[in-house]
Design a protein around this ligand. Structure first.
Ligand SMILES: [Zn+2]
Length: 171
């Protein structure tokens, strides 16, 4: 059975970036839950969906990437006032392919980056530890985030459709 592992970044004592009183960890979790909802209830996803956390607690990185799956999909809003790339696991052609497919299918203008280009973490991201294809989606700059169902559905729906295609393609 294919399985999409959705990873809401940060959590618990690690808020991620904070902007106007909204912590990234909350934006990531709400977005991840909306993504799961759209995949199941609007698109009838024919694969399992597992979240690395479903509440505001911190799941250690090795536990997140240790969950078996077909695609590891991490959700973040790290970047203020900036571009919002999709990162792929370093030295992994399938991850790079998936990131490029997701980017193209969602009409993104920003180029896909490998995790070594994630300067804010010193050139390495925990998705590099996943044993299967892994990408990290910077949904939008944190200052663009709106804490509303409408906003989340708007950003999530194109990516949910793209994930349906990519999950179909992955063996
Ligand atoms: Zn983040």
């Amino acid at each position: 059975v294919k399985r999409l592992v959705i990873d809401p970044g940060h959590g618990g004592k690690y808020p991620g970036v904070v902007h106007n009183g909204i912590a990234e960890k909350e934006a990531n979790l709400a977005t991840a839950l909306t993504l799961k909802h759209v995949l199941i209830n609007e698109l009838g996803a024919p694969f399992e969906i597992v979240l690395t956390r479903a509440v505001d607690g911190f799941t250690p990185f090795h536990r997140r990437t240790g969950i078996p799956g077909t695609l590891f999909f991490s959700v973040h809003y790290d970047i203020p006032n900036g571009a919002s790339p999709i990162y792929h696991k370093k030295h992994d052609c399938l991850s790079c392919y998936v990131a490029q497919r997701l980017s193209r299918l969602t009409g993104r203008k920003h180029p896909v980056w490998s995790t070594s280009m994630a300067a804010h973490t010193g050139g390495r991201l925990y998705i590099d530890d996943a044993k299967y294809p892994a990408v990290l989606w910077e949904v939008a700059p944190i200052d663009m985030y709106q804490d509303s169902k409408e906003f989340r559905l708007k950003v999530v729906r194109p990516m949910a459709k793209a994930l349906m295609e990519v999950m179909h393609e992955l063996g």
